[in-house]
Write a protein that binds this ligand. Sequence first.
Ligand SMILES: N[C@@H](CCC(=O)N[C@@H](CS)C(=O)NCC(=O)O)C(=O)O
Length: 198
Amino acid sequence: LQIYGDSISGNCLKVKWTCDLIGRSYDWIEMSVTAGDTRTPAFLAINPVGQVPAIVFDDGRALAQSNAIILHLAEGSALIPADPFARAKMLEWMFWEQYSHEPYVAVVRFQVKELGKSPGDLEPRLYERSYAALQRLEDALTGGGPFLLRQPFTLADISLVAYTRMARDGDLALDRYPGVLAWIARVEGRLGIGAYAP
Ligand SMILES: N[C@@H](CCC(=O)N[C@@H](CS)C(=O)NCC(=O)O)C(=O)O
């Protein structure tokens, strides 16, 4: 299995963490988004959308979209609930992540940290939506937990922790959310990774 990923990308790290947890071996092919590695003809043949992560199996089949990739790789593992309703609740969180969390929390981070923009120059809506997403996580985890489905630890936690743990990079006040902070530490513990250090 080959993983095409940029190590600074939360979407790409989701794939690495999932493989590490399920004990799947892989070759990591480092791609720099900012250097344009995702726009070469060779990579566009793998993912016509020109985005990482993408994976390629030994038989040549390719798959993109972080949450689709981790869902496929983790099939049959304890990271996906066997109960159909619990599985759908996990997917509810993962679809929400892609539509209502990542487009704000990750974009704010990229613009501030990678593009060097000043937070005050970003569209205020990006911050409003980021804080709405963090508040929703806080509400779900306060008095609930320890994970998003309470139990067990699932792909929903992996998907959502990816950019939440990096939120300070975008000048987001993560410390306002104690339930989220405690959950991040628990998920990092499950992943066997240290606290995020920019
Ligand atoms: N929805 C996609 C988003 C992937 C994505 O935005 N990838 C970024 C890096 S995090 C990228 O490759 N950007 C390069 C580009 O768009 O040219 C996923 O979850 O995999």
